[in-house]
Design a protein around this ligand. Structure first.
Ligand code: KIV
Length: 283
């Protein structure tokens, strides 16, 4: 039976009843299709696609068009999952007007259910304007990859009293601005637990421990595809890289030796046509 797509109200009910939500990133039709079959609650078309699909060193080069194309493919692969489009670098920082227009592109062109953007108090005007435009916005604080340069690299956040207090201020401001949920990345579990308890909106974790309203993981990490580096919070549930290389090597070996393609992989001529062709060609 096809699972019913969750709504903002369902997400809030899940938080209030203590039911954990599980979501994953996806960037293409097939991964989204498999995520739907596996019963995921939500999908993020993360700008992590810059690293996981395009091989960039970070997320900064990712464009709005790339995010839209991948979100469209994901929507086709998972028509009944709540899909979130990720606003890439410079799609919302320049002005509130640009932020609303770009959030709207995700809705109009890729049929997403919500958008996500990074940052705390400094992006609250954008969050408010997008929410006022009738769209669902998720906040994202802690390790925010688009500003990793400012953070001094891909580093855990909120590990001191001052920085934890700053995160709490950011989280509350995001809620007041009208976000429907908050994602917290690479933050100590104790800080995430405080955020979850102090906010009425759902608070989800990626690398912020178990005391959240749900968990997000990057698909390429779960599958063991991404090889450039492995953050501390990642658990690899498969080693698809190894399996892929093994399959490619076997194919190359068989094609070189001539054992592939075998008879069952070829098309037959219509009965009686081969002798006639040979006669015509005198071969
Ligand atoms: O782009 C992404 O996948 C994200 C996660 C790292 C949270 O924003």
């Amino acid at each position: 039976m096809e699972k019913k797509k969750l709504s903002r109200i369902d997400l809030k009910k899940m938080k209030d009843s203590g039911q954990k939500l599980v979501w994953i990133t996806a960037y293409d039709y097939w991964t989204a299709h498999f995520a739907e079959q596996a019963g995921m609650d939500m999908i993020l078309v993360g700008d992590s696609l810059g690293m996981c699909i395009y091989g960039y060193e970070g997320t900064v080069p990712v464009t709005m068009d790339q995010c839209i194309w991948h979100s469209e493919a994901v929507r086709r692969g998972a028509p009944s999952i709540f899909v979130i489009g990720d606003m890439p670098f410079l799609s919302y920082q320049v002005s509130v007007e640009e932020a609303v227009r770009n959030a709207g592109r995700f809705y109009k062109e890729a049929n997403v259910d919500a958008i996500k953007l990074e940052g705390g108090q400094r992006v609250c005007a954008q969050i408010k304007a997008i929410a006022d435009g009738g769209m669902l916005v998720m906040g994202h604080i802690g390790l925010t990859p688009q500003s990793s340069g400012q953070l001094g690299g891909f580093k855990a956040q909120g590990r001191t009293v001052e920085t934890a207090q700053e995160l709490i201020k950011d989280a509350k401001a995001i809620e007041v601005a009208g976000a429907f949920a908050l994602l917290v990345e690479a933050v100590p579990p104790e800080v995430c637990k405080i955020l979850r308890n102090q906010l009425a909106i759902p608070v989800y974790s990626i690398g912020a421990g178990p005391d959240a309203d749900g968990q997000l993981m990057i698909c390429s990490d779960v599958l063991g595809i991404f090889q450039a580096f492995t953050p501390k919070f990642v658990k690899k549930y498969e080693n698809i890289a190894e399996k892929t290389i093994r399959a490619f090597k076997k194919y190359a070996e068989e094609a070189r030796s001539g054992s592939f393609p075998a008879d069952e992989h070829t098309y037959k001529m219509v009965k009686g046509e081969l002798p006639k062709l040979k006669e015509v060609l005198s071969v």
